[in-house]
Design a protein around this ligand. Structure first.
Ligand SMILES: *[C@@H]1O[C@H](CO)[C@@H](O)[C@H](O)[C@H]1NC(C)=O
Ligand SMILES: *[C@@H]1O[C@H](CO)[C@@H](O)[C@H](O)[C@H]1NC(C)=O
Ligand SMILES: *[C@@H]1O[C@H](CO)[C@@H](O)[C@H](O)[C@H]1NC(C)=O
Length: 300
Protein backbone atom coordinates (compact mmCIF):
# COMPACT_ATOMS: atom_id res chain seq x y z
CA UNK A 1 0.00 0.00 0.00
CA UNK A 2 2.61 2.51 1.10
CA UNK A 3 4.97 1.37 -1.62
CA UNK A 4 2.43 2.15 -4.32
CA UNK A 5 1.38 5.54 -3.03
CA UNK A 6 4.75 7.19 -2.32
CA UNK A 7 5.93 7.50 -5.94
CA UNK A 8 2.53 8.93 -6.92
CA UNK A 9 2.75 11.64 -4.26
CA UNK A 10 6.30 12.42 -5.28
CA UNK A 11 5.30 12.67 -8.93
CA UNK A 12 2.46 15.01 -8.04
CA UNK A 13 4.78 17.12 -5.96
CA UNK A 14 7.36 17.34 -8.72
CA UNK A 15 4.70 18.24 -11.24
CA UNK A 16 3.47 20.96 -8.99
CA UNK A 17 6.98 22.34 -8.37
CA UNK A 18 8.05 22.14 -12.03
CA UNK A 19 7.34 25.74 -13.03
CA UNK A 20 9.13 27.03 -9.91
CA UNK A 21 12.14 24.82 -10.54
CA UNK A 22 12.25 25.90 -14.18
CA UNK A 23 12.18 29.56 -13.14
CA UNK A 24 14.87 29.02 -10.52
CA UNK A 25 17.18 27.18 -12.95
CA UNK A 26 16.69 29.68 -15.74
CA UNK A 27 17.52 32.66 -13.49
CA UNK A 28 20.56 30.85 -12.09
CA UNK A 29 21.67 29.97 -15.62
CA UNK A 30 21.05 33.52 -16.84
CA UNK A 31 23.08 35.01 -14.02
CA UNK A 32 25.83 32.52 -14.67
CA UNK A 33 25.82 33.41 -18.37
CA UNK A 34 25.71 37.14 -17.82
CA UNK A 35 28.40 37.54 -15.24
CA UNK A 36 31.79 37.61 -16.98
CA UNK A 37 34.23 34.97 -15.80
CA UNK A 38 36.56 36.23 -13.06
CA UNK A 39 34.04 38.93 -12.12
CA UNK A 40 31.53 39.08 -9.27
CA UNK A 41 27.93 40.08 -9.77
CA UNK A 42 26.65 40.75 -6.24
CA UNK A 43 23.35 42.09 -7.59
CA UNK A 44 21.54 42.30 -10.87
CA UNK A 45 22.98 45.72 -11.77
CA UNK A 46 26.55 45.42 -10.51
CA UNK A 47 29.53 43.80 -12.23
CA UNK A 48 32.70 43.84 -10.15
CA UNK A 49 35.87 42.88 -12.03
CA UNK A 50 38.15 44.79 -9.67
CA UNK A 51 41.71 43.50 -9.18
CA UNK A 52 41.48 40.49 -11.50
CA UNK A 53 44.63 41.19 -13.53
CA UNK A 54 42.54 42.02 -16.61
CA UNK A 55 44.41 43.40 -19.63
CA UNK A 56 41.23 44.39 -21.47
CA UNK A 57 37.58 45.15 -20.87
CA UNK A 58 35.67 41.81 -20.50
CA UNK A 59 33.39 41.29 -23.45
CA UNK A 60 30.48 39.46 -21.87
CA UNK A 61 29.25 42.23 -19.59
CA UNK A 62 25.43 42.30 -19.38
CA UNK A 63 24.06 45.14 -21.47
CA UNK A 64 21.87 46.45 -18.65
CA UNK A 65 24.76 46.89 -16.18
CA UNK A 66 24.53 50.03 -14.05
CA UNK A 67 27.61 49.75 -11.83
CA UNK A 68 30.78 48.55 -13.50
CA UNK A 69 33.91 48.17 -11.37
CA UNK A 70 37.10 47.63 -13.36
CA UNK A 71 39.64 49.19 -10.98
CA UNK A 72 43.10 47.76 -10.15
CA UNK A 73 43.62 46.02 -13.48
CA UNK A 74 45.98 46.52 -16.44
CA UNK A 75 43.43 47.78 -18.96
CA UNK A 76 45.32 49.96 -21.52
CA UNK A 77 42.37 51.26 -23.54
CA UNK A 78 38.60 51.23 -23.84
CA UNK A 79 36.87 50.68 -27.19
CA UNK A 80 35.38 53.90 -28.54
CA UNK A 81 31.90 52.33 -28.77
CA UNK A 82 32.07 51.04 -25.21
CA UNK A 83 29.39 53.33 -23.80
CA UNK A 84 27.19 53.02 -26.86
CA UNK A 85 26.53 49.46 -25.67
CA UNK A 86 26.06 50.14 -21.98
CA UNK A 87 23.51 52.91 -22.06
CA UNK A 88 22.25 52.23 -18.51
CA UNK A 89 25.68 52.72 -16.98
CA UNK A 90 25.58 55.11 -14.02
CA UNK A 91 28.83 54.27 -12.23
CA UNK A 92 32.09 53.44 -14.00
CA UNK A 93 35.28 52.81 -12.03
CA UNK A 94 38.45 52.50 -14.09
CA UNK A 95 40.82 53.62 -11.34
CA UNK A 96 44.37 52.24 -11.29
CA UNK A 97 44.62 50.88 -14.82
CA UNK A 98 47.03 51.57 -17.70
CA UNK A 99 44.91 53.94 -19.77
CA UNK A 100 47.21 56.31 -21.66
CA UNK A 101 44.65 57.96 -23.90
CA UNK A 102 40.94 58.21 -24.49
CA UNK A 103 39.66 58.21 -28.01
CA UNK A 104 37.61 61.36 -28.62
CA UNK A 105 33.93 60.70 -28.15
CA UNK A 106 34.38 57.50 -26.13
CA UNK A 107 32.56 58.92 -23.15
CA UNK A 108 30.38 61.41 -24.99
CA UNK A 109 27.40 59.09 -25.34
CA UNK A 110 27.15 58.40 -21.62
CA UNK A 111 23.93 60.25 -20.94
CA UNK A 112 23.24 58.49 -17.59
CA UNK A 113 26.77 58.35 -16.21
CA UNK A 114 26.90 60.02 -12.79
CA UNK A 115 30.29 58.81 -11.47
CA UNK A 116 33.45 58.30 -13.50
CA UNK A 117 36.82 57.38 -12.00
CA UNK A 118 39.82 57.58 -14.33
CA UNK A 119 42.28 58.29 -11.52
CA UNK A 120 45.63 56.55 -11.14
CA UNK A 121 46.13 55.85 -14.83
CA UNK A 122 48.69 57.01 -17.39
CA UNK A 123 46.63 59.61 -19.24
CA UNK A 124 48.68 62.34 -20.92
CA UNK A 125 45.96 64.68 -22.13
CA UNK A 126 42.22 65.19 -22.00
CA UNK A 127 41.31 66.38 -25.49
CA UNK A 128 38.22 68.47 -26.13
CA UNK A 129 35.12 66.43 -26.90
CA UNK A 130 36.17 63.62 -24.54
CA UNK A 131 33.09 63.90 -22.36
CA UNK A 132 30.75 65.48 -24.89
CA UNK A 133 27.67 66.61 -23.06
CA UNK A 134 27.49 64.12 -20.20
CA UNK A 135 24.88 66.19 -18.45
CA UNK A 136 24.33 63.66 -15.64
CA UNK A 137 27.96 63.46 -14.57
CA UNK A 138 28.34 64.63 -10.97
CA UNK A 139 31.75 63.31 -9.95
CA UNK A 140 34.78 63.06 -12.22
CA UNK A 141 38.08 61.73 -10.85
CA UNK A 142 41.18 62.36 -12.95
CA UNK A 143 43.81 62.57 -10.21
CA UNK A 144 47.10 60.66 -10.03
CA UNK A 145 47.81 60.69 -13.73
CA UNK A 146 51.41 61.92 -13.40
CA UNK A 147 51.90 62.53 -17.13
CA UNK A 148 48.67 64.48 -17.57
CA UNK A 149 49.94 67.89 -18.70
CA UNK A 150 47.15 69.05 -21.00
CA UNK A 151 43.50 69.73 -20.23
CA UNK A 152 41.74 71.36 -23.18
CA UNK A 153 40.00 74.60 -22.41
CA UNK A 154 36.52 73.45 -23.48
CA UNK A 155 36.73 69.78 -22.42
CA UNK A 156 34.29 70.11 -19.52
CA UNK A 157 31.76 72.43 -21.16
CA UNK A 158 28.45 70.61 -21.24
CA UNK A 159 29.05 68.94 -17.87
CA UNK A 160 26.34 71.09 -16.36
CA UNK A 161 25.77 68.83 -13.32
CA UNK A 162 29.43 68.31 -12.42
CA UNK A 163 29.95 69.02 -8.72
CA UNK A 164 33.27 67.34 -7.98
CA UNK A 165 36.34 67.48 -10.18
CA UNK A 166 39.62 65.85 -9.14
CA UNK A 167 42.81 66.86 -10.92
CA UNK A 168 45.26 66.36 -8.04
CA UNK A 169 48.80 65.00 -8.43
CA UNK A 170 48.86 65.32 -12.21
CA UNK A 171 51.58 66.96 -14.32
CA UNK A 172 49.76 70.26 -14.83
CA UNK A 173 51.92 73.41 -14.96
CA UNK A 174 48.99 75.63 -15.90
CA UNK A 175 45.24 75.53 -16.47
CA UNK A 176 43.00 77.88 -18.42
CA UNK A 177 40.74 79.37 -15.77
CA UNK A 178 37.74 79.07 -18.10
CA UNK A 179 37.90 75.28 -17.59
CA UNK A 180 36.65 75.96 -14.05
CA UNK A 181 34.59 79.07 -14.73
CA UNK A 182 32.37 77.24 -17.23
CA UNK A 183 31.18 74.61 -14.70
CA UNK A 184 27.94 75.96 -13.21
CA UNK A 185 27.50 73.27 -10.51
CA UNK A 186 31.10 72.90 -9.36
CA UNK A 187 31.49 72.88 -5.58
CA UNK A 188 34.69 70.86 -5.10
CA UNK A 189 37.88 70.86 -7.12
CA UNK A 190 41.20 69.23 -6.21
CA UNK A 191 44.32 70.73 -7.77
CA UNK A 192 47.04 70.00 -5.21
CA UNK A 193 50.25 68.17 -6.03
CA UNK A 194 50.65 69.58 -9.54
CA UNK A 195 53.91 71.27 -10.66
CA UNK A 196 52.16 74.65 -11.14
CA UNK A 197 54.27 77.46 -12.59
CA UNK A 198 53.40 80.83 -11.10
CA UNK A 199 54.04 82.82 -14.25
CA UNK A 200 51.76 85.45 -15.79
CA UNK A 201 49.46 82.79 -17.28
CA UNK A 202 48.85 81.55 -13.76
CA UNK A 203 47.71 84.99 -12.55
CA UNK A 204 44.08 84.49 -13.62
CA UNK A 205 43.89 81.01 -12.09
CA UNK A 206 45.36 82.45 -8.88
CA UNK A 207 42.60 85.06 -8.70
CA UNK A 208 39.95 82.36 -9.26
CA UNK A 209 41.47 80.12 -6.57
CA UNK A 210 41.65 82.99 -4.11
CA UNK A 211 37.98 83.81 -4.68
CA UNK A 212 36.85 80.15 -4.60
CA UNK A 213 38.85 78.79 -1.67
CA UNK A 214 35.70 77.19 -0.25
CA UNK A 215 35.69 74.84 -3.26
CA UNK A 216 39.20 73.56 -2.46
CA UNK A 217 39.20 70.77 0.15
CA UNK A 218 42.29 72.18 1.90
CA UNK A 219 41.99 75.78 0.75
CA UNK A 220 45.12 77.29 -0.78
CA UNK A 221 47.24 75.42 1.79
CA UNK A 222 47.92 72.26 -0.17
CA UNK A 223 48.74 73.98 -3.46
CA UNK A 224 52.14 75.39 -4.32
CA UNK A 225 53.84 76.68 -7.43
CA UNK A 226 57.31 77.25 -8.87
CA UNK A 227 58.61 80.82 -9.16
CA UNK A 228 59.76 81.48 -12.73
CA UNK A 229 62.87 83.40 -11.63
CA UNK A 230 64.65 81.13 -9.16
CA UNK A 231 62.66 77.88 -9.43
CA UNK A 232 61.69 78.05 -5.77
CA UNK A 233 58.41 76.36 -4.80
CA UNK A 234 56.11 78.50 -2.70
CA UNK A 235 52.69 77.75 -1.20
CA UNK A 236 49.94 79.77 -2.85
CA UNK A 237 48.89 80.93 0.61
CA UNK A 238 52.09 83.04 0.73
CA UNK A 239 51.26 84.83 -2.54
CA UNK A 240 48.88 87.68 -3.15
CA UNK A 241 47.51 89.38 -6.24
CA UNK A 242 50.38 91.85 -5.83
CA UNK A 243 52.82 88.99 -6.52
CA UNK A 244 51.51 89.00 -10.08
CA UNK A 245 51.61 92.80 -10.46
CA UNK A 246 54.60 92.80 -12.85
CA UNK A 247 52.36 90.85 -15.26
CA UNK A 248 50.15 93.90 -15.75
CA UNK A 249 53.09 95.72 -17.35
CA UNK A 250 53.71 93.02 -19.89
CA UNK A 251 51.98 93.87 -23.16
CA UNK A 252 50.31 91.22 -25.25
CA UNK A 253 50.22 91.18 -29.05
CA UNK A 254 46.74 92.70 -28.93
CA UNK A 255 48.08 95.53 -26.80
CA UNK A 256 50.85 96.16 -29.33
CA UNK A 257 48.36 96.20 -32.19
CA UNK A 258 46.20 98.67 -30.31
CA UNK A 259 49.22 100.88 -29.65
CA UNK A 260 50.29 100.76 -33.32
CA UNK A 261 46.75 101.35 -34.55
CA UNK A 262 46.16 104.29 -32.24
CA UNK A 263 49.55 105.68 -33.33
CA UNK A 264 48.43 105.56 -36.97
CA UNK A 265 45.09 107.16 -36.08
CA UNK A 266 46.81 109.99 -34.19
CA UNK A 267 49.19 110.63 -37.11
CA UNK A 268 46.35 110.69 -39.64
CA UNK A 269 44.37 113.02 -37.39
CA UNK A 270 47.45 115.27 -36.99
CA UNK A 271 48.02 115.42 -40.75
CA UNK A 272 44.36 116.23 -41.38
CA UNK A 273 44.38 118.88 -38.63
CA UNK A 274 47.49 120.57 -40.00
CA UNK A 275 46.07 120.44 -43.51
CA UNK A 276 42.87 122.06 -42.23
CA UNK A 277 44.86 124.65 -40.31
CA UNK A 278 47.06 125.42 -43.29
CA UNK A 279 44.01 125.78 -45.57
CA UNK A 280 42.30 128.04 -43.06
CA UNK A 281 45.38 130.24 -42.66
CA UNK A 282 45.80 130.38 -46.42
CA UNK A 283 42.14 131.29 -46.82
CA UNK A 284 42.37 134.08 -44.23
CA UNK A 285 45.52 135.41 -45.86
CA UNK A 286 43.79 135.61 -49.23
CA UNK A 287 40.71 137.14 -47.65
CA UNK A 288 42.77 139.83 -45.91
CA UNK A 289 44.65 140.51 -49.18
CA UNK A 290 41.36 140.96 -51.05
CA UNK A 291 39.93 143.20 -48.35
CA UNK A 292 43.20 145.28 -48.37
CA UNK A 293 42.81 145.63 -52.14
CA UNK A 294 39.21 146.74 -51.64
CA UNK A 295 40.30 149.32 -49.08
CA UNK A 296 42.97 150.65 -51.47
CA UNK A 297 40.33 150.90 -54.25
CA UNK A 298 37.99 152.73 -51.84
CA UNK A 299 40.71 155.22 -50.90
CA UNK A 300 41.32 156.13 -54.57
C1 LIG B 1 34.78 44.11 -5.70
O1 LIG B 1 35.53 42.92 -5.55
C2 LIG B 1 36.71 43.04 -4.76
C3 LIG B 1 37.41 41.72 -4.74
O2 LIG B 1 37.36 41.08 -5.96
C4 LIG B 1 36.36 43.49 -3.37
O3 LIG B 1 37.52 43.68 -2.62
C5 LIG B 1 35.56 44.79 -3.45
O4 LIG B 1 35.14 45.16 -2.15
C6 LIG B 1 34.37 44.63 -4.36
N1 LIG B 1 33.74 45.93 -4.48
C7 LIG B 1 32.42 46.13 -4.39
C8 LIG B 1 31.94 47.52 -4.47
O5 LIG B 1 31.65 45.22 -4.26
C1 LIG C 1 46.86 49.02 -8.53
O1 LIG C 1 46.58 47.75 -9.06
C2 LIG C 1 47.63 46.82 -8.86
C3 LIG C 1 47.26 45.56 -9.60
O2 LIG C 1 46.07 45.05 -9.18
C4 LIG C 1 47.84 46.59 -7.37
O3 LIG C 1 48.90 45.70 -7.17
C5 LIG C 1 48.17 47.92 -6.73
O4 LIG C 1 48.26 47.78 -5.32
C6 LIG C 1 47.09 48.94 -7.04
N1 LIG C 1 47.51 50.25 -6.57
C7 LIG C 1 46.72 51.04 -5.86
C8 LIG C 1 47.30 52.36 -5.49
O5 LIG C 1 45.60 50.71 -5.51
C1 LIG D 1 53.17 55.92 -18.89
O1 LIG D 1 53.47 56.92 -19.85
C2 LIG D 1 54.84 57.25 -19.88
C3 LIG D 1 55.00 58.45 -20.81
O2 LIG D 1 54.03 58.53 -21.79
C4 LIG D 1 55.64 56.04 -20.31
O3 LIG D 1 57.01 56.37 -20.32
C5 LIG D 1 55.39 54.92 -19.31
O4 LIG D 1 56.04 53.75 -19.75
C6 LIG D 1 53.90 54.64 -19.19
N1 LIG D 1 53.71 53.68 -18.13
C7 LIG D 1 52.82 52.68 -18.21
C8 LIG D 1 52.73 51.80 -17.02
O5 LIG D 1 52.15 52.49 -19.20
Amino acid sequence: MINAETPLTMLLCINWLKPFLALLFSTLLKQGQNCPTSCLCPDHHTVNCSGQGLTGVPDSIPLDVRRLLLSNNWIPWIPSDFLVLYTDLVYLDLRNNSLSQLEPGTLSTSSRLVFLDLGNNNLTEIPSGTFGESRSLIKLRLGDNPYLTMVSRDVFTGLTSLRELELERNGLTGLDVRVLELLPSLNMVRLEGNPWLCNCHFAKLFVWLTNNQHKLPTGLEGIDCTLPLDGRRVPLSLLSEDSFRPCHRILTLADYLIVIFSGICVSVAAIMASFFLASTVHCFQRLSKISKGDEGEGND
